[in-house]
Design a protein around this ligand. Structure first.
Ligand SMILES: [Zn+2]
Length: 72
């Protein structure tokens, strides 16, 4: 039986997407295993989202300052 060949988004290696494969469908078994066992490397963590929202807030403040300065 043939399984669809997928490209891992982590390492770029091609792998067979088996139904019983644990982890994400777009990650090879090696990278899925790393994720499951270590748990130390989490992409798009809460910190990342926080810094993004802080960046947006800073940008909003900068624009607001600009507008206020223009008004006065
Ligand atoms: Zn991989």
């Amino acid at each position: 039986m043939k399984f669809p060949i997928k490209t891992c988004v982590i390492c770029g290696e091609e792998f067979e997407l088996r139904p019983e494969k644990p982890g994400f469908a777009n990650r090879c078994p090696d990278c899925s295993g790393d994720e499951a066992t270590s748990g130390s490397q989490r992409p798009s963590s809460a910190d990342e989202r926080k810094s993004t929202s802080e960046m947006n807030a800073a940008r909003r403040n900068a624009i607001r300052d600009l507008l206020y300065r223009k008004d006065s």
